[in-house]
Design a protein around this ligand. Sequence first.
Ligand code: ZN
Length: 98
Amino acid sequence: MAIQKCPICLATVTPNPRYPRFLCRQCATRATSVDGRQLEFANTDFTGGFAASYADSGEEYPSHECYVDGVRCHADEARFGGIVIEAVAEARVPHPER
Ligand SMILES: [Zn+2]
């Protein structure tokens, strides 16, 4: 069986071919906005859905983008319930043409 690691802290996680770059539970709880505010993610109801908010104010956070240790990540509803956060592959960031 393949070994899969959290892309942030390199802890061994349960391999999941659907989410090859998902963050371990501990790193997922540290997700912040680009300006460093703690975020909270939740399902909107028992069927799933996705909702994000600022942990400090409860204000809606209208994005799936989040950051953990400066690594850009994407949070979304997991296929079988709950929330999954995956690191965005940096190689896919376009190179500026100068
Ligand atoms: Zn981790």
